[in-house]
Design a binder for this molecule. Structure first.
Ligand code: NAD
Length: 485
């Protein structure tokens, strides 16, 4: 059977599409209807071997180009991606179910931003000169070699670009394995890089489940792995990479706090809570899902929140008027439903939402629990769905301690008009990415990543360069060399 969204073949290796139907079948489901819209095959050992061999073969010549030459390719890819934004956004919506209203302004566009930013940075990557009297040391910033990127399903285009662009800017090759839930978009990123003039083999895409990721991470020819995924997968990838002492970047899950003080601009705070809980149907790693609201404004906050949630337009995600789409899969919907049942059983008060829609697809409306306590499961575990937990607080020191009382540390936000308090709280947060009077912005210019169980390393910004390159010191003696004998 053929589908309109069916890719030419499952994998993209060495500048062209590659198929091997011996690999396990992966069916791509459109989350808005539950219907199959494409099918691909997981990579077989032969496909993995092709991807590794072609990446390794292409990398040295790419690294030997000047940064300006490498950057030019990436910047051209950024332009091509922007020009194709509509089609890429439609595909992203099929792949993930996120509304076109979001994908048309966030996905290919942020991918293009990463390509443009790292394309611009490539020419400025240098070592340094370290004078030592007559002698001196110079450093060379060198690529790591063959890197592996492994993606989650919530931002398939963006994740491929956030990993691919800095890797390529630094002179590496990359093999990218998308999530098996959303295999379509990364293939388009690879096509665009080829059109932009990227030499064959430098950005390969292979499909598969965890086993394919595991095989890539374990291969001795792979120098680095960057994973976006859950904490349990992060632990497995970290352990496998440790066997080969490989470089690792881990962008993992979270249960981030969002603190709203009684002096906050209420409408802005409600906007922050909506953006931090219901964008992409709540399937965003950095979401501020523990919303601590000062007791003095709790009732007003809940009233405005529920009123504004009435304005969410649920429906066909390809319709530009739709502002809230389905969850990515039946499984993810069931996980969220399980947490909702648990929240009710633990005594949290359901304020709105809570039940799936009676229609095809995996629709769960925005769901808000109030009177949530810190020890409830819905306040401790990442749900990764449109489920907000509202908790009460009265005291600044107390709420900061409670905000930090979690194994995670991806993001955190505060809404207040008190300038000193805002910065005091930001300094006190145990999180890699913090927000003051806003939530979930992720511009490519700013480092993004987590602390504690939320991950290692940083994506975006100049910080990413540190994670895709290494420094070599070259000691130069100018005079004679003395030895003891
Ligand atoms: P997941 O951990 O199930 O899968 C992530 C990827 O890892 C998939 O491509 C999967 O095939 C692969 N994988 C699974 N087992 C593997 C193994 N043993 N070795 C190598 N690869 C393996 O996560 P998911 O369900 O796709 O995504 C949701 C999770 O991702 C959430 O926890 C979310 O918070 C997190 N996430 C984090 C960020 C971030 O930037 N911090 C962004 C998006 C999602």
């Amino acid at each position: 059977m053929t589908y309109p969204t069916q890719p030419i073949a499952s994998h993209y290796i060495n500048g062209r599409y590659v198929e091997d139907t011996a690999g396990d079948l992966i069916q791509v489901i459109y989350p808005a209807t539950g219907q199959i819209i494409a099918q691909v095959h997981a990579a077989t050992p032969a496909v993995i071997e092709q991807a590794i061999a072609s990446g390794r073969a292409a990398q040295a010549a790419w690294a030997a180009l000047s940064g300006t030459q490498r950057g030019r390719v990436l910047r051209r890819a950024a332009d091509l991606m922007r020009a194709a934004n509509h089609d890429l956004s439609v595909l992203e919506t099929y792949d993930t179910g996120k509304p076109y209203q979001e994908t048309s302004v966030v996905d290919a566009t942020s991918g293009a931003d990463a390509l443009e930013y790292f394309g611009g940075l490539a020419a400025s990557l240098t070592g340094e000169h370290i004078p030592l009297g007559e002698d001196w040391v110079y450093t060379r910033r060198e690529p790591l070699g063959l890197c592996v990127g492994i993606g989650a399903w919530n931002y398939p285009t963006q994740i491929a670009c956030w990993k691919g662009a800095p890797a390529l800017a630094c002179g590496n090759a990359m093999i990218f394995k998308p999530s098996e839930v959303t295999p379509l978009c990364a293939l388009k990123v690879a096509e665009i890089l080829t059109q932009a003039g990227l030499p064959d083999g430098l950005f390969n895409v292979v499909q598969g489940m965890g086993a394919v990721g595991q095989a890539l991470v374990s291969d001795t020819r792979v120098a680095k792995v960057s994973l976006t995924g859950s904490v349990p997968t992060g632990r497995k990838v970290y352990a496998a990479a440790a066997q080969g002492l490989k470089h690792v970047t881990l962008e993992l899950g979270g249960k981030s706090p969002l603190i709203i003080f009684d002096d906050a601009d209420l409408e802005n705070a409600v906007s922050g809570a909506i953006l931090g809980n219901f964008y992409s149907s709540g399937q965003v790693c950095s979401n501020g899902t523990r919303v601590f609201v000062h007791k003095a404004i709790k009732d007003r906050f809940l009233a405005r929140l529920t009123a504004r949630l009435q304005g969410a337009v649920l429906g066909d995600p390809q319709d530009p008027a739709t502002s809230f789409g389905p969850m990515v899969s039946a499984r993810q919907l069931e996980i969220a439903e399980g947490y909702i049942a648990q929240g009710k059983a633990e005594g949290a008060r359901l304020v709105c939402g809570g039940a799936r829609l009676d229609r095809a697809g995996f629709f769960l409306p925005p769901t808000v629990f109030a009177d949530v306590r810190d020890d409830m499961v819905i306040a401790r575990e990442e749900i990764f769905g449109p489920v907000m937990a509202v908790l009460d607080f009265e005291d600044e020191a107390e709420v900061l301690a409670r905000a930090n009382d979690t194994e995670f540390g991806l993001a955190a936000g505060v809404f207040t008009r008190d300038l000193a308090r805002a910065h005091r709280i930001a300094a006190g947060f145990e999180a890699g990415t913090c927000y003051i009077n806003t939530y979930n912005d992720a511009p490519v210019e700013a480092p993004f990543g987590g602390v504690k169980a939320s991950g290692l390393g940083r994506e975006n910004s100049k910080a990413a360069i540190e994670h895709y390159s290494q420094v070599k010191s070259v000691y130069v003696r100018m005079g004679d060399l003395e030895a003891p004998f």
